[in-house]
Write a protein of this length. Structure first.
Length: 239
């Protein structure tokens, strides 16, 4: 029975070509080691509007490597002023290939947000103990999307139960990036904070996809399985 199970397992593994390894893609740190996302004196903004009710949205790009990814869920990071608990409700998300404004929509949807926990605070450099802007991880479970290798844009807008926000903080490392924003449903333009581009945090959760074996390789694998089975039968008859 053990040999039969092994044969079946090897045969299915050869046919599926799906990876057993999970991957996590993170677009930069949300807070520093002290749990702070610090607005420096040279920064003009605490965060960037992604309020679905106002038609505002933000976007970031990322690159899929290898044979592709199977995207299963997305983690977003946001704050609403004076929140004392998790107040984020839904997210409208979209994956785009090519130009953000004119490219092809690969997948999109609306998902409810669940509480992934408070990760820290967005604070001013001279008011590090301020707790007005708690940053939460918001978990969005989406229908699985298989992405081939290439460059993509992720855009999103959110709803929350408070009047302020949702706001998206920049990454805590102050990286200069090419994040984009759409205001009131208009075209996406690059976000600039005192002339510098910004990077926005998010996490993609899923699995790496591997190529299905070529026919010649598949035949060799199956031949090996059959040879193993034949050897086992001969050995059993010689006992």
């Amino acid at each position: 029975m053990r040999l039969q199970s092994l044969i079946m397992t090897l045969g299915l593994a050869a046919l599926t070509g799906l990876s057993h390894a999970s991957v996590w893609y993170s677009n930069g740190p949300v807070v520093n080691a002290d749990g702070r996302s610090i607005r420096q004196a040279s920064d003009a903004f605490f965060g960037f509007g992604a309020q679905a009710k106002s038609g505002n949205a933000v976007a970031e790009d990322f690159t899929v490597t290898g044979e592709g990814w199977l995207l299963e869920s997305i983690d977003f990071f946001s704050f609403q002023n004076n929140a004392t608990t998790f107040t984020l409700q839904t997210v409208n998300w979209s994956l785009m290939s090519g130009d953000l404004n004119t490219g092809m929509i690969v997948a999109s949807g609306t998902a409810g947000l669940s509480n992934g926990g408070q990760v820290g605070y967005r604070v001013m450099h001279n008011a590090l103990s301020n707790t007005v802007r708690p940053i939460y991880r918001a978990l969005a479970d989406i229908d699985d999307v298989q992405l081939s290798a290439g460059s993509y844009w992720l855009s999103w807008s959110m709803s929350g139960s408070l009047s302020s926000g949702p706001w998206i903080p920049p990454t805590a490392d102050g990286a200069i990036g090419n994040a984009m924003q759409s205001g009131a449903g208009g075209s996406f333009v690059q976000i600039l904070d005192n002339g510098d581009g910004v990077s926005l945090p998010f996490v993609l959760n899923g699995s790496m996809v591997t190529a299905v074996p070529e026919p010649s390789r598949l035949m060799l694998m199956l031949a090996g399985v059959l040879a193993l089975a034949g050897a086992s039968r001969r050995a059993s008859r010689q006992r």
